[in-house]
Structures are given as structure tokens and as C-alpha cells.
Design a protein around this ligand. Structure first.
Ligand code: NAD
Ligand code: MG
Length: 411
């Protein structure tokens, strides 16, 4: 779209939950946005319908589906260019006609395209927290060098971003300025579906029960991460990179209402928070229109109906993931790659009915202390191939571990 007032979007992971929320906002503000690129991995019928609706210039699909998808588009009279595989996502994320990349692929699969968008100096709406967990140092450095702007749409990080001084919003390194007085960050966590359940109940949970989140409707992987609280662990590492702080300046507090989306604590005792109905359209709308605001059609928060706000200290014995993530954050990149990769393999094994929900943290913990893995914690990880090599090494260790223990207890 040639109109300079229009933001040209590439939505990576368009068929997912964040993709849905993003495209709902685009539909409500058609005059402000033009969808020039979409990507999807599964649900290709849904992706095809999105192509018919938005008529993007480019679409990225898995390698083995590209030819068939291309034929389908042509038969429907669409001249959308079909890109494929990880390279296709990189091309889409860095295409000159794209202003803004919505990075909403789930898991490590989103890293390469996020990094490509950063190197191409794009405005990046970052949902894919795993790319910062694995390679925050590379993504943030590339953004700085190439003038990319990273706006978090993970609700907690978006809330923190909104509560930080404008100087920090413009340059995350300004967070260290004494005159700005940022003391620490507070990430709120809903506590997931097992907050009030015992460890034994958590161990007995089916995939269907665990995917069901009390307050948010999300993709399967992040829903399981919320149930184990690994999501908050990943978010801790995400926050350290986004806001350039060490892990001890990022606290985690359980807030089952999911109304306070996170807080910034200042040296004068002030705590600034962003509140709202839990709906991802709010952080996405904020980032899409930043620094102005736009409507998001979100149910307004009724303060008169809010009886109370509850805050609870997390139980780290029950939610071992929190301890593991803090340990990884202290150790550095190699341990963070390990945490993420082992978790992705273990979550899939749980969804496949091979291990219990509580075994996920056991797999991650055992991978973190496996000598063939921890021997690499101090490697440099200066580029994408070295990070992907570590990711794949950990996946092998985690898979072998799960094969060996299948149907047995890790406890
Ligand atoms: P989802 O499972 O609903 O969607 C994931 C998207 O990624 C889909 O479009 C899928 O086709 C695509 N995808 C999956 N595997 C892929 C692969 N190997 N290669 C390329 N594309 C692939 O997930 P979601 O809930 O939308 O979450 C997306 C990301 O946003 C995750 O990193 C998640 O942690 C983060 N996030 C989500 C929410 C939420 O409310 N859903 C909130 C905060 C952060
Ligand atoms: Mg979040």
C-alpha cells in the first residue's frame, strides 16, 4: 500500500491466537493498516481465507506445502507471492515494503525471522518471547545497530513499557539513569489453572485440563507454560533483555485477577501499574498505534465491580519452573537456550500424553544439569547458527531422556 499514512504489516503466525487478535484490530481500523504479508504453519485453510480477505503481497507457508498453496491462490485469482520455510519467513520479515512485523510465531521457530526483522530495522511487535529467551543479546543488539524498534505485546512487558519513563521507552539503556529512579520491575502472574490445586492434582492433570486457562485464551504451548508457570520464567528472561536489567531486579508476584498486568517500582516508593480487562487486543493496539492510542473494542474494566485485588508470593516448590528460569537467567545464554528447548520438547511430550504435567520441569531441570549440555553454558553464542546448534543438542538430550522415562515417574 503506497499511502504513507498507512502502516504496512507483516503478521508472522497469522493463524494463531495473537494473529487473530492482531487481525481483528486491523479489521476495525482498515484505514490505518495494510496487510502486506502473512505466515502460517498449520491451519492452511484458515491462512487461505485470510489471503482472500486481506490480499497480501506475500505469504509464507511450510516448504512442503508451498506448491499446493500457490496453485490454490492462483486458482482463486490471487497474485500473492508464496514464500516457504524458514528462509521465506526471513524474506517476509525483512521485505522493504514492510514497516511493522508482528512476531507471533510460537517457540524457537520464531527466532530467525525476529532477528531478520531487527537487522532490517523494522518496527517489531514482539509476542514471540522465546526469541529473546534464546538470543536476547543478538536481537537487542541488532535492533540497536539497525534502528529497529521493539515494542513488547506480551501483556506484562507491554504494561511495564507503558509504566516506564518516556526516555526509557525511547532507549532501554536509559533505565540505568539514576535521575529516572527505576528500582525494579514486578511481573504479575495469574498462577494458571493449578494455583489452588495440590502438586498431586497437578501431576494427574490431562492435557485438556492443563490447556484451559482461567483468564486468557491462548495457543496450546503458552497455555501449558502458564499451567507450569514456565511462562513466567520465560517472561523473566524476556524482561531482562527488553529492559536491560539483571534478574534480581525483576520480581514475580501472583495476581490471580489478571487485572494488574505488571508494575514498575521507583526509588521514591511509587509503584506504577497498567490495569485493564485481560484481552490481548489492548497491548497489541497500544503497540500498533504507539505513541498515539486507538480503540481496541475491549470490555472496559469496571472498577466498581472489582471487589479486591489479590497478590500472592509464588510457591517455588510447586512451580519449580520459576527456580529453573531464574537459575538459567543467572547462568546466561547457554542455560537460557537449554531452558527453552527442553521446555518445548517436554511440553510437546505432555501434549502427546507421554509425560505428566509436573514432569515438564523435571525434564528441564535434568537437562540444565546434564554434563553434555552444561559444558556449553559459557560458549559465546555470537551468531544464530551457534544458538540453533545448542538448541538442537538440548532437544536430543531432552528427547532421549523422555524416551527413557516414558510412563515412569521422574519424582
Ligand atoms: P498459537 O499456537 O495460537 O499460534 C502460533 C502461530 O505460529 C500459528 O500461526 C502457527 O501456524 C505458527 N507456527 C507454529 N509453529 C511454527 C513453525 N514451526 N514455523 C512457523 N510458524 C509456526 O500461539 P499464540 O498463543 O498466538 O502465541 C504466539 C507467541 O506469542 C508465543 O511465543 C507466545 O508465547 C506469545 N504470546 C501469546 C499470548 C497469547 O495471548 N496468545 C500472549 C503473550 C505472548
Ligand atoms: Mg504474558
Amino acid at each position: 500500500c503506497d499511502d504513507l499514512a498507512v502502516q504496512n504489516l507483516a503478521v508472522l503466525g497469522a493463524t494463531g491466537s495473537i494473529g487473530d487478535s492482531t487481525l481483528a484490530l486491523v479489521r476495525a481500523h482498515r484505514e490505518r493498516f495494510c496487510v502486506v504479508g502473512l505466515s502460517g504453519f498449520g491451519q492452511l485453510d484458515k491462512l487461505f481465507a485470510l489471503c482472500q480477505e486481506f490480499r497480501p503481497q506475500m505469504v509464507a507457508v511450510p516448504e512442503n506445502k508451498a506448491a499446493e498453496f500457490d496453485e490454490r491462490l492462483q486458482a482463486a485469482g490471487l497474485d500473492t507471492r508464496v514464500l516457504s520455510g524458514s528462509d521465506g519467513l526471513d524474506v517476509l520479515a525483512s521485505a522493504p515494503q514492510v514497516d511493522t512485523v508482528v512476531a507471533a510465531i510460537v517457540g524457537a521457530a520464531g527466532l530467525s525471522s525476529t532477528l531478520s526483522a531487527a537487522k532490517a530495522g523494522k518496527k517489531i511487535l514482539l509476542a514471540n518471547k522465546e526469541s529473546l529467551v534464546m538470543a536476547g543479546h543478538l536481537v537487542m543488539a541488532a535492533a540497536r545497530t539497525h534502528g529497529a524498534v521493539i515494542l513488547p505485546i506480551d501483556s506484562e512487558h507491554n504494561a511495564i513499557f507503558q509504566c516506564l519513563p518516556p526516555a526509557v521507552q525511547a532507549d532501554n539503556k536509559a533505565i540505568h539513569r539514576a535521575d529516572l529512579g527505576v528500582k525494579q520491575l514486578w511481573l504479575t502472574a495469574s498462577g494458571g489453572g493449578f494455583l489452588r490445586k495440590t502438586y498431586a492434582q497437578m501431576a494427574a492433570a490431562t492435557a485438556e485440563q492443563a490447556v484451559n486457562h482461567p483468564n486468557w485464551s491462548m495457543g496450546k504451548k503458552i497455555s501449558i507454560d502458564s499451567a507450569t508457570m514456565m511462562n513466567k520464567g520465560l517472561e523473566l528472561i524476556e524482561a531482562c533483555h527488553l529492559f536491560d536489567l539483571p534478574e534480581h531486579q525483576v520480581q514475580i508476584v501472583i495476581h490471580p485477577n489478571s487485572v494488574v498486568h505488571s508494575l514498575v517500582e521507583y526509588v521514591d516508593g511509587s509503584l506504577l501499574a497498567e490495569l485493564g480487562t485481560p484481552d490481548m487486543r489492548t497491548p497489541i493496539a497500544h503497540a500498533l498505534s504507539f505513541p498515539s492510542r486507538m480503540t481496541a473494542d475491549v470490555k472496559p474494566l469496571n472498577l466498581f465491580e472489582l471487589a479486591s485485588l489479590e497478590f500472592i508470593k509464588p510457591d517455588e516448590q510447586k512451580f519449580l519452573s520459576l527456580v529453573l528460569a531464574r537459575f538459567a537467567a543467572k547462568c546466561g545464554t547457554g542455560a537460557c537456550i537449554t531452558l527453552n528447548a527442553a521446555n518445548e520438547v517436554a511440553v510437546q511430550a505432555f501434549l502427546d500424553g507421554r509425560i505428566r504435567l509436573t514432569d515438564i520441569a523435571q525434564v528441564v531441570g535434568r537437562c540444565l544439569i546434564a554434563p553434555e549440555v552444561s559444558a556449553h553454558f559459557d560458549d559465546e553464542f555470537a551468531d544464530l547458527p551457534s544458538i540453533m546448534a545448542m538448541d538442537s543438542k538440548v532437544r536430543t538430550v531432552a528427547s532421549t531422556m523422555i524416551d527413557g522415562f516414558e510412563n515412569a515417574s521422574f519424582d
